[in-house]
Design a binder for this molecule. Structure first.
Ligand code: ZN
Length: 148
């Protein structure tokens, strides 16, 4: 899939699966991976609020757990007022940090009611332990084990 509108529709559809009994704020994300696979996620809340996880991280973690390489992400907050503040539609800081770790710096993030932003625009000068994070390996490439 390379149609951005289709990717955004997948994000909106994923939001319908959200478990959001506390915020009533359903969010969906769809990650387009290098091989064309799309992986969706939705926000999943918990009565112990710290255990809640955002749609973006569910989608990204799911993609990585399948050995995929995320390259673009669509995000939709279907309960946010389309005419309301853009901040209601934006990814939180934790998700931006995870995006930086798992996506290329040129990755595009498509946000309903906001538009398209690059990851660098979403998280300028983000925290990173290395100047150039190690490239993630595909499942067919055995991970090299370094001895120290
Ligand atoms: Zn988040």
């Amino acid at each position: 899939m390379n149609n951005i509108e289709q990717l955004q529709q997948r994000a909106r559809a994923a939001a319908l699966h959200a478990h959001a009994p506390y915020s009533q704020f359903r969010v969906g994300a769809a990650v387009l991976c290098r091989d064309g696979t799309v992986v969706e996620g939705c926000n999943i809340e918990n009565a112990s609020f710290g255990l809640t996880i955002c749609a973006e991280r569910v989608a990204l973690f799911s993609a990585v757990s399948k050995g995929l390489q995320p390259e673009a992400l669509a995000l939709s907050c279907i309960d946010a007022d389309v005419e309301g503040p853009k901040a209601l539609h934006m990814p939180c800081g934790a998700c931006r940090q995870v995006m930086q770790e798992l996506m290329p710096s040129h990755a595009k993030i498509y946000i309903d009611s906001v538009g398209c932003l690059s990851l660098e625009e979403l998280l300028p000068q983000g925290f990173c332990l290395q100047r150039h994070p190690p490239k993630r390996q595909s499942p067919t490439e055995p991970e090299s084990h370094q001895t120290q």
